[in-house]
Design a protein around this ligand. Structure first.
Ligand code: IPM
Ligand code: MG
Length: 360
């Protein structure tokens, strides 16, 4: 069996800290299912700017293009906040998404039973929560042209463009319908069709595709209502499909329902099957370097990598079960701890060790 090529990009802030335990878990899970891995490491984001002057060095891009899967920690931090938009660490991440054609971003919000108390909502509202947000990732207002800031008359004017072509809507909606078929059979498409032409087109295109998926129950919701419904009655959702910026915002909301942004993994997939896997949380500069960060979002991202890029569902399940056991035993990093968890509070490295132990 040829080894799967994995590119590890720790990035900045807590990205480097959560990556070490995640890579250890990846190696242990791969060994358990006899899946040889060829792991390489590269630079992206602020550390890449410091070392090479670019947030996405050519060597990193080439390695990512040659890899079967990319595992990324996070990018950005106050050190680089003064840079102009086009030179910031975030450009490294956005450049990778675009260059690899990672148009489908899967952000599952799954509540592990023992964490119901850590949610900002009442436990009964989130018990057994299991929703999947599918965010379009290479189009919309993040990449639309024209964009910029220019002088008009006596003042500066900033502008961006929210644009979606039919084929972009169709390919992300297809992912939505197909994943809904594999899950609870319900798809909610989120837009702002009461105001935006691009959203009216989005709604029309998604609706037209429904005939091919008669077994899926399709609904549409305006994004403001969707934000409200997510905190009012989140269990009404199964799969949500939406554009780039709405998905960015709603996935942070959904993350918090599950207790902490520190728990949420994500997968970004291309048409060709290359995938990039990253925690939804950022680089958390306030706790960076203190062994406090929760590595579980990255560890769960590794599970998604085994499932979606390496076709090793067993390895994925083993990792997810190990995480569930560690949480059931009461171990907590600071972000998911209550007052009564004081004696089970552990750090980043220790949390990684507990998961490794459970993997056996
Ligand atoms: C995310 C992040 C990124 C985004 C930033 C870091 C560019 O918030 O992955 O959700 O806005 O897509
Ligand atoms: Mg975000």
């Amino acid at each position: 069996m040829t080894a799967a090529k994995i590119l590890v990009l720790p990035g900045d802030g807590i990205g480097t800290e959560v990556m070490a335990p995640a890579v250890a878990v990846m190696q242990a899970a791969a060994a358990a299912v006899d899946c040889p891995l060829d792991i390489d490491e590269g630079l992206v984001g602020g550390v890449a700017i410091d070392a090479t002057g670019s947030p996405l060095p050519e060597a990193t891009l080439a390695a990512a293009q040659a890899a079967d899967a990319v595992l990324l920690g996070g990018v950005g931090g106050p050190k680089w906040d003064h840079l102009p938009m086009s030179e910031r660490p975030e450009k490294g991440l956005l450049g990778l998404r675009q260059a690899l054609g990672l148009f489908a971003n899967l952000r599952p919000a799954l509540l592990f039973g023992p964490l119901a108390e850590a949610s900002s909502l009442k436990a009964e509202l989130v018990a057994d929560l299991d929703i999947l947000i599918i965010r379009e990732l290479t189009g919309g207002i993040y990449f639309g042209e024209p964009r910029g800031v220019e002088q008009r008359d006596n003042e500066r004017v900033g502008f961006n463009t929210l644009v979606y072509a039919e084929h972009e809507i169709q390919r992300i909606a297809k992912v939505g319908f197909e994943l809904a078929q594999k899950r609870g059979g319900r798809l909610c498409s989120v837009d702002k069709a009461n105001v935006l032409e691009v959203s009216a087109l989005w709604r029309e295109v998604v609706s037209a595709m429904h005939v091919d998926y008669p077994d899926v129950e399709l609904s549409h919701m305006y994004v403001d209502n969707a934000a409200m419904q997510l905190v009012r009655a989140p269990k009404q959702f199964d799969v949500i499909v939406t554009g780039n910026m709405f998905g960015d915002i709603l996935s942070d909301v959904a993350a918090m329902l599950t207790g902490s942004l520190g728990m949420l993994p994500s997968a970004s997939l291309s048409a060709s099957g290359v995938g990039m896997y990253e925690p939804v949380h950022g680089t958390a500069p306030d706790i960076a370097g203190q062994n406090k960060a929760n590595p579980l979002a990255t560890i769960l991202s590794v599970a998604m990598m085994f499932r979606y890029s390496l076709d090793q569902p067993l390895a994925a399940e083993r990792i997810e079960q190990a995480v569930a056991k560690v949480l059931a035993e009461g171990y907590r990093t600071g972000d998911i701890a209550n007052a009564d968890d004081a004696d089970h509070m552990i750090g980043t490295r220790e949390m990684g060790d507990r998961v490794l132990e459970q993997l056996g």
